[in-house]
Design a protein around this ligand. Structure first.
Ligand code: ZN
Length: 202
């Protein structure tokens, strides 16, 4: 191999490696692939606590519009393992936490669904979507408030008005009631949630 070419090649690898190293230290960008940062981001997520207040996962909906429908009877002896948040079809569905989009797909009950892996490896389930957000892919990082889909009534909600079924599954514990995580939230904007240490029940 030509010697000069060789040294140029080595220099390129060096610079690329450096860029990789520097970018691995940057926080991931919402809506962009986690990529090679995945192991580090996963470890960071596993060490974070799930905040007691999460973002409201439907745009324009306030906490007081959400009803606690956890545990309500469902078909075939099932109980409701989430909350239903009603909104007009096509209303943006927002990530309630930071995290990694772990699955975009379909299932019989949920229809079009998105899963987000969040703090303390909690899993967040967004179901009955009319559609997924155009620019979201599995492996993307999302901030609180990132659009991940749109409200619909796919799956077993076809005879129901459009709504988001939102579920939280804690690592090692399974499904928990999302309602307490939402009821004091005043806005779905992440900056407001992060700065909201002075919340009072009103
Ligand atoms: Zn539901």
């Amino acid at each position: 191999m030509d010697r000069r070419y060789c040294s140029i090649l080595l220099r390129c690898i060096g610079i690329t490696g450096l860029i990789g190293l520097v970018s691995a230290c940057q926080p991931p960008v919402s809506g962009e692939a986690v990529g090679i940062q995945y192991p580090m981001v996963y470890m960071q997520l596993s060490q974070q606590e799930l905040p007691l207040q999460l973002g409201i996962p439907v745009e324009g909906v306030t906490a007081r519009q959400i009803q606690d429908t956890w545990g309500a009877a469902r078909s075939e002896g099932r109980t409701h393992q989430g909350v239903d948040i009603f909104a007009k079809r096509g209303t943006p569905v927002l990530s309630s936490t930071v995290g990694i989009v772990s699955q975009i797909g379909t299932n019989n009950l949920g229809g079009k669904v998105v899963w987000v892996l969040g703090p303390n490896l909690s899993r967040h389930y967004y179901a009955h979507l009319d559609n997924y957000a155009e620019n979201i892919a599995e492996g993307d990082w999302v901030d609180v408030g990132e659009v991940i889909g749109y409200v619909g009534n796919t799956g077993n909600a076809q005879s129901t008005p459009p709504h988001l079924h939102y579920g939280i599954y804690l690592s090692g514990q399974g499904a928990v009631n999302p309602y307490p995580y939402l009821k004091f939230t005043q806005t779905s904007k992440s900056t407001d949630i992060h700065n909201s240490n002075d919340f009072s029940e009103s």
